[in-house]
Design a protein around this ligand. Structure first.
Ligand code: GLA
Length: 378
């Protein structure tokens, strides 16, 4: 589906022209997983896959929307704080309400949207949806909100309307992505730095296990609660400010699961810094080594992997791939792989064949191209 098709669908379904089109991307994350809500660093990049929407104010108090990928229509009144019940419709509802809460004078509007960010693959299709509409409404209703505030609109939508207590990484990068660059974001201060991503001799590729990753009602919030409990015990606001020594000293009084989770987070903090340094030197082998270590931590300590994901990482290692790990919130979705050029074709063919043989299901190979953040497209 491209933007022309979405525009055409808008005309057909609403019977008039004049909608304005917007797009916002999904993301990858090189390293720094489950660190965002711990006040730490993340290292994401926007991808070319986007959610795209054609939107036009309709001078009523009603929003009418078609989600083409789900073949669904829904409407709601912007003044009714209840909103729709279906989780998927609550993303748009939440964005509308959060924009209103920030003083943007929104009226009703008509919208058609669709996208090519795979759903439930850990590539942040929901953040793309939120960022797309936050950008659209900000422009169409002269909101004047900056990109960080629009990212917070998306994050608050997850927290208050969908029930996922996510960090800021996904919405941040969907709003701030830049083609050809990854970004290192300090989630405590909000400061960020672009790192040009041009790994000569290497490529990034995702392998989508097609095991659905669903964070709503999942143990994602439970991981966050463990971290918060440890931070409280340590007397700091987030685990970012808890040293290893402090964690070890607290160990006897911590729940063993909470300890392991916090232990992973502190390790991941160090790995993001190691990767930043390695990138400055162009040392991709070190980047890859850290990625494998992250996977180990996510699988054993943080316990957000699963059999299929562990298998995909083991396959990568067996093929001699430089780095591989589960990406995003976990519980399925994609692995991210740093692969040398000469190994690339053999790896993607082999991993696909072996996955099929082992689990009797297909995985999907998704080459990574780092794209731009949220934008108007016509
Ligand atoms: C999800 C959340 C993010 C982040 C990642 C894990 O994608 O939305 O905020 O916590 O999981 O790094």
């Amino acid at each position: 589906m491209d933007i022309q098709e979405i525009e055409k669908q808008f005309e057909q379904r609403f019977g008039y022209k004049g909608g304005v089109c917007f797009a916002a991307p999904g993301r990858i994350n090189l390293i720094g997983e489950h660190t965002d809500y711990n006040g730490g660093f993340v290292f994401p990049g926007a991808v070319q896959q986007c959610i795209m929407a054609c939107v036009c104010p309709n001078k009523t108090r009603k929003v009418r929307a078609y989600a083409l990928d789900l073949d669904g229509f829904f409407e709601f009144t912007i003044d009714n704080p209840e909103g729709p019940k279906t989780t998927h419709w609550r993303y748009l509802f939440g964005v509308v309400r959060e924009m209103m809460a920030r003083g943007v004078e929104i009226t009703g509007f008509d919208a058609v949207y669709a996208g090519n960010v795979p759903l439930g693959a850990g590539m942040s299709s929901s953040a793309a949806l939120e960022s797309c509409f936050a950008t659209a409404l900000n422009e169409l209703f002269d909101g004047g909100l900056d990109r960080m505030t629009l990212a917070r609109v998306g994050q608050d939508t997850e927290h208050k309307y969908v029930g996922v207590k996510c960090g800021i990484m996904d919405q941040f990068i969907s709003m701030h992505g830049k083609a050809g660059s990854l970004v290192r974001l300090d989630c405590r201060s909000g400061e960020y730095e672009y790192f040009p991503w041009d790994p000569i001799g290497y490529r990034l590729v995702l392998v989508n296990s097609c095991v659905k990753h669903i964070l709503v009602g999942s143990p994602y919030n439970d991981r966050r609660e463990s971290c918060e409990r440890v931070a409280e015990r340590a007397g700091v606001e987030t685990l970012r400010d808890c040293s290893r020594e402090r964690l070890e000293a607290l160990r006897p009084i911590l729940d063993p699961t909470d300890y392991r989770r916090a232990h992973y987070v502190l390790g991941e903090e160090a790995r993001v810094m190691a990767v930043s340094e390695a990138l400055k030197r162009g040392d991709y082998r070190e980047v890859g080594r850290q990625m494998y270590l992250t996977h180990e931590g996510l699988s054993k300590d943080y316990e957000v992997s699963c059999e299929e994901m562990d298998f995909l990482v083991d396959e990568a290692r067996r093929c001699g791939v430089t780095g591989s790990r589960i990406m995003g919130g976990g519980f399925g979705g994609c692995t991210i792989n740093l692969v040398s050029e000469e190994l690339y074709d053999a790896f993607v063919a082999e991993v696909a064949a072996n996955y099929k043989q082992r689990f009797d299901r297909e995985c999907k190979i998704i080459p990574v191209v780092i794209g731009d953040g949220a934008r108007r497209v016509n």
